[in-house]
Design a protein around this ligand. Structure first.
Ligand SMILES: C[S@@+](CC[C@H](N)C(=O)[O-])C[C@H]1O[C@@H](n2cnc3c(N)ncnc32)[C@H](O)[C@@H]1O
Length: 234
């Protein structure tokens, strides 16, 4: 590991004083030649907090995280007792694999429940590789933090979700976070969701203490947590 990496420990705790908590260590890189994916985006602790707060829904489940980057939500899922967590990111981000392998060493307790895969939303071969290896039985929930960051990618990501949804004849759900970087962000997403015969539901942050955590990371960022399902599955 070079000194371009810095580690950050995040703790998730109940607010009822019963001292139930978990801590996860992630690595970020500030090497300017690296991708922006190797930085903890403010959407990430919000999705992680959702998983922590709703952990009964994730315990024993198989989780696929796409556009995982520093992978905090997936690591939290593994730590609270998900059966298996598949972390995926773009093969073009060559610094991701060493970063995530180093992260695994720092979170040794959960390393045996984590798989690392390359999945490029634009590359059918890499998508089919993940489907062949893990679908339909080894994925129950798909998660993604701040993957809807560039409007030009929205439709491609929805096409990917649509493909994954059709490989699983049950109620496969995507749970993600998005940053409202412009007034039209959610409008654009919702418009496409409708066109893809999917349903988007927004979950209020205060329903899972998402409005109260890690203010040093979240401050000033307008984050929305939502789920997407195939409309016919509802
Ligand atoms: C804004 S970052 C979010 C990273 C991380 N999920 C977080 O919230 O901290 C967007 C992520 O999407 C990934 N990404 C971008 N284009 C991609 C593609 N074509 N296929 C797969 N992942 C991609 C990036 O590498 C990056 O990890």
């Amino acid at each position: 590991m070079t000194n371009m990496h810095t580690s950050r420990q995040l703790t998730f705790a109940d607010d009822n004083n019963d001292k139930t908590s978990i801590s996860v260590t992630i690595l970020e890189t500030f090497d300017t030649s690296a991708s922006y994916g190797l930085y903890l985006w403010p959407c990430s602790p919000i999705l992680a907090q959702y998983i922590w707060y709703n952990r009964n829904d994730f315990i024993g489940k198989n989780i696929l995280e796409i556009g995982a980057g520093t992978s905090l939500p997936g690591l939290v899922a593994a730590k609270i007792g998900a059966q298996n967590v598949i972390l995926c990111d773009n093969p073009k981000i060559d610094k991701w694999l060493p970063l995530i392998r180093e992260t695994m060493k720092l979170n040794m307790m959960i390393a045996d429940r984590i798989c690392i895969e390359f999945l490029d939303w634009y590359d059918e071969e890499s998508i089919d590789g993940v489907i062949k290896k893990y679908f339909p039985s080894d994925v129950d929930i798909i998660i993604g933090s701040d993957i809807f960051f560039d409007k030009k990618d929205f439709e491609t990501i929805l096409a990917l979700l649509d493909k994954l949804f059709t490989y699983k004849n049950s109620s496969l759900k995507f749970i993600g976070t998005i940053e409202r970087r412009s007034r039209s962000t959610i409008l654009k997403l919702n418009h496409l969701i409708y066109a893809w015969n999917m349903t988007l539901d927004i979950v209020p942050l205060n329903s899972f203490n998402g409005d109260a955590i890690h203010p040093n990371i979240i401050a000033g960022h307008d984050i929305v947590l939502f789920s997407i399902v195939k409309t016919t599955q509802k």
